[in-house]
Design a protein around this ligand. Structure first.
Ligand code: SF4
Length: 326
């Protein structure tokens, strides 16, 4: 019997949910195919397929879809509405399956089920069950796939909370017992804030996290803050934003500032991102009030590594001088 292949684009929700999606689909007997790491060709293809005023992560997403479309039987592009039962994702996420369908010709069938946790926490399981029913009538098989996925996802979340980035955590998940502890031996510590698909995609972030590592900087990100703490910080704002990932950035900023262990904040924003125009100002003001150095790095399809490296290097040197390290 032919094994069906499902394609998962290596961007957007990939960095949040891949450890959930992969064991789930494999548990259903599908072959999971992930698009290659982002590169110039993928971004150029995405730019050709998308409307001009889209943000760079959305352009990149279209490129990843184009890279997968002839290699798989299905594409997984869920319609992510709410991941915390309160806020929603940005409008580009809400319309993602439609945007892709109308932009790219010759696509395989898209699995575009809605995930809306405003309907209750069990909705995640109902969402997975509905998808599972598409591929098999064997209820036990679906339930086992859901259990396996949830177990793997919990391990993933624990690794993030220990300070591993998603790209560091993915290979660790392949091991049975995870005993690794993230070494922390940088000379300064920076909170690097932004959406997972901008921070952890080495191509569009022009290797920012690697640059910081080379400069002996310990990095913390929104994914490394416990959910309970994020919720606690949410109450410290008079009003929260509408968008899930933007709230996480603002709350994580508040958490790291209250924690008083970070020496500075870098906010990675995407050019043409509507939510970021508010988020950036909000966290800049928070950092200013706490008297913590703040740098904004805006990325778009023309961002060059040299430009980012020079600015980040100057920012890091300034903090090191202030601390009397150099
Ligand atoms: S939040 Fe901003 S960067 Fe992310 S998809 Fe929406 S517009 Fe693009």
């Amino acid at each position: 019997m032919k094994i069906l292949r499902i394609g998962i684009p290596r961007t957007l929700s990939y960095f949040t949910f891949f450890p959930l999606w992969q064991p789930f689909f494999e548990g259903l007997g599908l072959d999971v195919i992930v698009s290659p790491e982002s590169n110039k060709e993928i971004l150029d293809d995405g730019i050709k397929e998308t409307v001009n005023d889209a943000c760079v992560p959305i352009k990149l997403f279209h490129g990843h879809v184009a890279a997968l479309k002839d290699k798989v039987d299905f594409l997984f592009i869920p319609r992510l509405i709410s991941l915390d039962g309160k806020s929603t994702l940005c409008p580009k996420f809400l319309g993602l399956p439609d945007m892709v369908k109308y932009s790219i010709k010759g696509l395989p069938e898209i699995i575009e089920n809605r995930l809306d946790l405003k309907k209750g926490k069990l909705e995640l399981y109902r969402f997975l069950y509905r998808i599972g029913k598409k591929f098999t009538d064997n209820k036990l098989l679906i339930l086992k796939a859901i259990w396996r996925a949830r177990y793997n996802f919990n391990r993933y979340r624990k690794l993030l909370l220990q300070g591993f980035t998603p790209l560091e955590a993915f290979p660790l998940l392949q091991k049975g017992n995870i005993t690794e502890v993230k070494p922390k031996n940088g000379k300064i510590k920076l909170a690097v804030l932004g959406y997972p698909y901008t921070l952890y995609d080495g191509y569009i972030s022009v290797g920012l996290l690697d640059i910081l590592k080379q400069h002996e900087v310990d990095v913390v990100t929104p994914e490394m803050v416990p959910e309970k703490e994020l919720q606690r910080m949410s109450k410290k704002f008079r009003k929260n934003l509408f968008w899930y990932y933007s709230n996480n950035v603002a709350w994580a900023c508040k958490y790291y500032l209250a924690d008083k262990t970070v020496d500075g904040i870098i906010h990675v924003t995407a050019f043409a991102c509507g939510p970021d125009s508010m988020t950036n100002k909000l966290i800049e003001l928070e950092a200013k009030e706490a008297k913590i150095p703040f740098l904004t790095v805006t990325i778009d399809e023309h961002t060059g590594e040299a430009g980012v490296e020079t600015r980040v290097e100057a920012f890091v040197d300034l903090i090191k001088r202030k601390k009397g390290i150099m």
